[in-house]
Design a protein around this ligand. Structure first.
Ligand code: KG4
Ligand code: ZN
Length: 356
């Protein structure tokens, strides 16, 4: 049974270097080394800097994760690694490290789709049964997925442009707030009046579950520039109100689209949210309300498991291993790797190379 195997997981697809040891649904250790300081001066993640930092930090993260789990590499049954999608240099750092560990120890190597890691997190944290609906909402992605099995995902809708986390990050940059933008904007929004500035609610006038967020950033830019032109700068209250208005627009769009996705999802065991933006409290509580309207149990994993981590990769690796077995040393790092079955590249096809 996959539930009982002990998996070492590695994650390095964006700006967090992470290693974790998971046995069944028990997280024996989860180490995350974030790179916020390295990228702070650039206003966003610099792929080359990220890749180098991953290469430098991965072995230390693995060592710490094993120490905290009180295990040695010999006690681990398999090695799971994010093989995409993500920034290719970072993904390569992780895949190379995992291949090295696998070749040296003879332990099975499992390539994991980063999005599958997020999408299966409600099973790790709450044991949610298949099928369920999940809103995956992060810095690079936004999609509604019906999760039917460890490698079976049906996409009901997705963003046609920016991801919400990206929009939060850009908004923070436009307002001179610290990165990552989500927590900064959320904190300023707490004191803000969400009704003072008008923000659009993109795509609500069209049927379906697709989303769009790039217009919100443009709306914010215009309102900011208007304030600067009118009064020569931004007051603290302006920033608070802009953040509150922007956050409310993202929340309202996600809520209405969640209603529609739930209406399309018969027979689900629950509605879950995952990805970095799921850390947003105002969004979490609004999603909980929508879930209750549809009598679907709501699952929001703890914040540390909503943002990037390696426990979710280890867990998703164990589930994938149980149904599809291991990869071999030809496992490829893939910058793109869609989850849904309709797409040409299926989860688990990493060993055949990047196709998505
Ligand atoms: O899932 P994640 O850690 O990385 C990937 O994108 O895969 O998500 C990071 C994103 C960033 O854009 C960050 O600004 C956003 O999640 N985020 C938030 C909050 N915390 C993190 N967005 C809104 N509110 C938050 N509290
Ligand atoms: Zn992520």
């Amino acid at each position: 049974m996959s539930r009982d195997i002990t998996v070492l997981g590695l994650e390095s697809s964006c700006d967090d270097t992470a290693a974790a040891v998971v046995r069944g649904r028990d997280i024996l250790s989860s180490v995350v080394a974030d790179q916020t300081d390295l990228h702070a001066a650039f206003g966003g993640v610099v792929p080359e800097i990220a890749a180098r930092a991953h290469a430098e930090k991965l072995d230390l993260c693995v060592e710490t994760a094993l120490q905290q789990a009180a295990l040695s590499l010999a006690d681990v049954d398999a090695i799971a690694v994010t093989a995409g999608p993500g920034l290719i240099g970072g993904v390569l750092s992780g895949v190379m490290m995992a291949k090295g560990l696998s070749a040296a120890t003879g332990k099975p190597l499992i390539g994991v789709n980063h999005l599958a890691g997020h999408a299966l997190t409600p099973r790790l944290t709450d044991g949610l049964g298949y099928p369920y609906l999940i809103l995956l909402v992060s810095g690079g992605h936004c999609q509604f997925l019906r999760v039917e099995g460890p490698t079976t995902f049906v996409r009901l809708g997705s963003t046609i442009d920016d991801a919400p986390g990206e929009a939060f990050d850009k908004t923070a940059r436009l307002l001179g707030l610290a990165q990552p933008g989500g927590p900064s904007v959320e904190m300023r929004a707490l004191e803000g009046d969400e009704t003072r500035f008008k923000f659009p609610r993109p795509l609500l006038d069209r049927p379906g579950c697709d989303l769009s967020f790039s217009g919100l950033k443009t709306a914010l830019l215009r309102q900011r520039d208007q304030l600067i032109a009118d009064q020569g700068g931004l007051h603290g209250k302006d920033v608070d109100d802009l953040c509150a208005g922007f956050q409310a627009a993202i929340r309202d769009v996600l809520i209405e689209k969640s209603r529609r996705a739930l209406a399309l999802s018969e027979g689900i065991t629950g509605f879950a949210v995952a990805g970095g933006v799921a850390a947003n409290q105002s969004l979490r509580s609004a999603l909980e309300t929508v879930s209750a309207e549809h009598s679907a149990p709501f699952v929001a994993p703890p914040l540390a498991l909503c943002t990037d981590n390696a426990a979710m990769i280890a867990y998703a690796g164990a589930e994938r291993f149980a149904v599809e077995g291991a990869d071999d040393l030809t496992l490829s790092a893939r910058p793109r790797w869609p989850l849904d079955k309709q797409a040409p590249a299926l989860i688990g096809s990493g060993r055949k190379g990047a196709k998505a």
